[in-house]
Design a protein around this ligand. Sequence first.
Ligand SMILES: [Zn+2]
Length: 80
Amino acid sequence: MKKMKCRICQKDATEGDFCSLHAEAYANIVKKYEVWRKALKICWKEYLSEIAQHSLTGKWAKETARYLLNDEEKQDVKQN
Ligand SMILES: [Zn+2]
């Protein structure tokens, strides 16, 4: 079986596309979005930008948010 690499840091991936640290950060980002969406009525991309820029957010969450934002932008290009 081919070893997957984390799509963010290129370390060996343990879960799907991410290493354990980025997979955990991703799970937290998705989980917190439910709360943010209800409280602030922001969309997924706005939420990701917030995380990517926020100084209080951890390094792993920031990297994951930046990666996801990039991914979103690629999808936008494809749709247009
Ligand atoms: Zn990683």
